[in-house]
Write a protein that binds this ligand. Structure first.
Ligand code: ARG
Length: 458
């Protein structure tokens, strides 16, 4: 049998280089399983509607089921001479069941077939990604729970700012990931549409039942417009955007951890399972896995742009350009899965160096806002209090003095509102304990948040 589904109109054949350039079997073979699954629903519909004889429909179904078995069992061999996965399956089916195979393509085109396959493929991977994001959230919550009371220096502009609970920072990542999940769920909603049966793009004069196929394949709705069905790839762009944002979040987690394992910070150590050594410097333990998650995430915005540019300005309906949606989508989805899995592993193996961290919080400037709030609580305006503390900090810096060393008389030179009790504010424990706004680093609030997440993620 010919290795093309469209040979008869042509006297000549595609040049070797055109073949190499246009054939997609090298990557779209990943759709094989979905192509068979969709084919089964389609064949059943054709039989039910009396468009093909019931016995042909049964032959198609058992043939496709046999192909699924060989794909899952790893014995299916894709022929590089086939133009694409759809062609390859058609050829294999013909070999397997003979004549009835020629009826599978009734009221179907590769245009609606390929986008339906991609939707099914995407839905499976989205399901997996949602579970993996949740897995990472669980790893973060477990880590936060174990290290609930660890207080770390927090940063703005990467300058020491105020102290916070390390667990509070972990919860910040959990919140970001929760929004990422929301974006994947949104994208899933718009992916979960049955496009099969749109045919080339105008529909068909045959008495098909598209809703039957929708139900069989478990889609939530049937695409309402056959032109849109074959022309649209915005669901892919949405998935890619969600991946790009999640990837960006993961790079920020990586960057924090990479800083924390430097000898300058030295807040944590990573498990050997996610680090590598140096070929020249024997003492080195490098956070390569984190660096590579950070580095690899750079391709997501690139892939997203690739898809946006691919689709921009394409006339309706199907265009062969759209074949190039697949390398980008497959790469992005599968890479995202790898990254999420590895990031959860990283958190499972982190050891926190509590004593080192404690030793890093020596400056009293970490508490400057708490002292400022002390004055505000005594009726001083925020602006005046800011000026007072600013002057105190400057003089302390100039004379190498500490607030804790000053007596009340000295303190009162800055503000008459200062009493001895202001010195109670000069510990990390007090600094987190007195926070009381919703979502703050207060240990009771963080504990409640951890418990809320534990319940939600179980
Ligand atoms: N390989 C093609 C793709 O991925 C399948 C559809 C081909 N349709 C066509 N009319 N040539 O888009």
């Amino acid at each position: 049998m010919a290795t093309r589904l469209w040979g008869s109109r042509f006297a000549g054949s595609l040049s070797k280089s055109s073949q190499r350039f246009t054939y997609s079997i090298s990557y779209d073979h990943k759709l094989a399983l979905y192509d068979c699954v969709a084919g089964i629903a389609h064949a059943q519909m054709l039989g039910e509607q009396g468009i093909i004889p019931k016995k042909d429909a049964s032959a198609l179904v058992s043939g496709l089921k046999a192909l699924i078995k060989s794909i899952e069992g790893g014995t299916y061999v894709f022929d590089p001479a086939s133009e694409d996965v759809h062609t390859d399956i058609q050829i294999k089916l013909k070999k397997l069941i003979g004549q009835p195979a020629d009826k599978l393509h009734t009221a179907r085109s590769r245009n609606d077939q390929v986008v339906t396959d991609v939707r099914l493929y995407s839905l499976d991977h989205l399901e997996n990604i949602l579970a993996l994001v949740e897995g990472l959230q669980i790893a973060l919550i477990t880590f936060a729970d174990k290290n609930q009371d660890v207080i770390i220096p927090g940063y703005t502009h990467l300058q020491s700012a105020q102290v916070v609970l390390m667990s509070h920072q972990m919860l910040a990542y959990v919140e970001m990931l929760e929004r990422d999940k929301g974006r994947f769920e949104d994208a899933r909603g718009r992916t979960n549409i049955n496009t099969l049966g749109a045919c080339a793009f105008s529909g068909t004069s045959l008495p098909t039942d598209r809703d039957y196929v929708t139900k069989k394949l478990g889609f939530s709705a049937t695409a309402a417009n056959s032109i849109d069905a074959v022309a649209d790839r915005d669901f892919i762009i949405e998935i890619m955007a969600a991946i790009a944002i999640t990837g960006m979040h993961l790079t920020r987690v990586c960057e924090d951890l990479i800083l924390w394992v430097t000898s300058e910070f030295d807040f944590i150590s990573l498990a050997d399972t996610v680090c590598t050594g140096s070929s020249i410097m024997p003492h080195k333990k490098n956070p390569d896995v984190l660096e590579l998650v950070r580095g690899t995430a750079s391709k997501f915005p690139g892939r997203l742009m690739e898809l946006l540019v691919l689709m921009k300005g394409l006339p309706l309906s199907y265009n062969r350009d759209m074949q190039m949606d697949k390398p980008a989508l497959f790469d992005a989805l599968e890479t995202m899965e790898d990254m999420l899995e590895i990031m959860a592993q990283v958190f499972d193996g982190i050891k926190v160096k509590k004593d080192v961290i404690k030793g890093r919080i020596t400056s009293e400037y970490f508490f400057s806002v708490d002292i400022l709030d002390y004055l505000v609580k005594k009726g001083v305006s925020y602006r005046d209090a800011h000026d007072t503390i600013g002057a105190m900090v400057r003089e302390c810096l100039d004379h190498g003095r500490k607030i804790s060393d000053m007596n009340v008389a000295q303190l009162k030179r800055y503000s008459m509102h200062f009493e001895e009790d202001v010195k109670n504010l000069l510990t990390p424990e007090m600094s987190v304990r007195i926070k009381r706004s919703i979502g703050s680093t207060n240990p009771d609030m963080v504990k409640a948040q951890i418990n809320k997440w534990k319940k939600r993620l179980k």
